[in-house]
Write a protein of this length. Sequence first.
Length: 732
Amino acid sequence: MAPHPASAPVTFTYEVTGLDCPACALTCQNAVRNLECVEAAELNYATATLEVTKRPAAELAHCKRHVLSTVRSCGEDLVLDDAEKHTLEAERPWAVEHREELLVGCSGAFVAAGLVCGHVTGLAGVSTPLYLVAAVAGLIYIAPLAVASLRRRSCDMNVLMFVAVVGALALGSYEEAAIVIFLDQVGEWLEGWSMRKTRGSISELMALAPDMAHLIGEDGTVADVDADDVREGSRIRILAGERVPLDGRIVDGASSFDEAAITGESVPADKGVGAEVFAGTLNTSGVVEVEATAEADESTLSRIVTMVQGAQAEKAPYEAFVDRFAAVYTPAVVAAAAVIALVVPLTIGLVTGFDTVAWRDWVYRALTMLVIACPCALVISTPVSFVSAITRAARMGVLVKGGAYFDIACKVGAITFDKTGTLTTGSPAVSDVICLDAAERDEVLATAAALEAGSTHPLARAVVAASPSNGVAASVASICEVAACGMRGMVEGEAAVVGKPAFVADEVRQAGGQVPASLVAAVDEVTSKGASALAVSCGSRVLGVIGVADTLRPSTPAAIARLRDHDHIPSLEMLTGDNARAAVAMGEVAGVTHVSAELLPDGKVERIRALQAEGSVVAHVGDGVNDAPALAAADLGITMGAASSDTALEVADVALLSGDLAELPSFFELARRTMNVVRENVVFAIGVKAVIMVLAIMGVVGMGAAVFADTGVALIVIVNGMRLMTGADTRW
């Protein structure tokens, strides 16, 4: 009985091996899409993954079998597990599995033997059959692929190469036919090898998270289990020198963690109880116990890898242009080759008389044109650069969601910054202590900290952290909070107050004291620097004023200076809801060129729209949560601290995973270098093909030069693009 058909589409994914170029991937994808059992198919060349959705009525195993045979007919293969090899009857003998290597090796050996016989020993008669065997060996491999392509009513590079080599053999050009098909196969293998190396960078990132985890049972025993089997909320132990298998929160112990894989930050971060750790990071010193906050496939590392792979699949405008160009280029060159092979010699023959040698010469030129018609070098010129740049950015701790954003970044003329959590740390700290009435600094801080020790307010925590006593006093009693005003209580037997200056002044007057005129001056001094002012009193004395401010990130001034001076971005503007006085003070320290203060979220959007109306391409840098409208409105949205924020990863185009501005100038520099390489590759690929094509039509060059125009140029643009991964200088 036939299996009952499924009632809904089923999607399955395979890794594809043997992909040499985007054109091959597109051919394979279209072939799978045309299967009757397939509803949809998507082959991501950058990640070499094929995702297929079968039709509801199709039987799954039957569909998989057809997909496998179709992929193999295109010259590629699928990675199957042992069960599928048995179910799909897909396991092949070693000789079949390695047929390409065997045939290319055979072809190369006979080509070498022919060259030695023909050009070293002078045995020209022996070299001819050697060349013939070499050419046939190559044809044995590409002939089935060419036939399969013709059955699909397409004309890919296998068809073009087959016709060119067979034509050369028919014309008696045995040496050239053998060398051309051998070099073409070697070039394809090298293209595939180089792109596998590029993909391997992301595979290395995926492999950072260990497969095993030390799971702590309810009875305290520890067992090694598969990391995929650890559920959220479970406790795991991480030993010194081990990598973290899952995202989690430290519940016991303290250590230092190398988070370069996630944030790009090379300096290990010290973490204790309550701190978050990320899968793939390295525990460098102590033993810690961690409560898992996400399962293996939901970890920060998994999300980063997934988003990088998705970014590599996104097409930038340059890629779309090249694809459109290649779609027209190949049929146009094939048509030109037909004209050269038939129309030109026929026309010349009708005018001057037919000449067999001349006719043969024009046919040879046409066959050379067919080799030039292969679009691989053109199609691969752009994606390799973007894949390399996205991988390089990920290593820097910058997640770029597609190649198009490098193009946009090169055009940015204005960058707007959120203040809190972007230019600043988002954690208030004591910035000033102004002592009054002969009080000492430590006395002011200790009194305030004693009252604030039990408060969870951010300003209170900043005061306690700055106090030398950490809020511990000999005698503290009757502490109470006055809503929206401050704290009052008994410190060392005296009534003490900390809070808003007006509140403290009223408390001092009620205690029978005088409010000094210097209090107003001290408050003005603190607020002029952009800090919040807290007054402190004890008994009837005003002890002083404490300034608490959101501190500037240490890297902010240097990053702003690099953006302005090195990246030549003229407008660097801070957008904030703070009062204008405080905002201007912070902006001056940060080094921004403009400050827009007292803005609500919609006000930030209006300011970005105004800059765009002036003709600027605008990038906005924010925290990805309360800045979501501004990030969406900007031409380029850049979010901070994405390693711990799902929202940040979703709303922005670029994410600084370390939550630090230090890598922002490096991203803009990488964007410029990337687009320079893309333009170099496109111009070089088109330019060389154009020159070789003209020379081929003139009869100056032959098939060897045509192979260079395709395979040789493809290798050159791949190497040029791959330099972006290493950070090397990309100028020619």
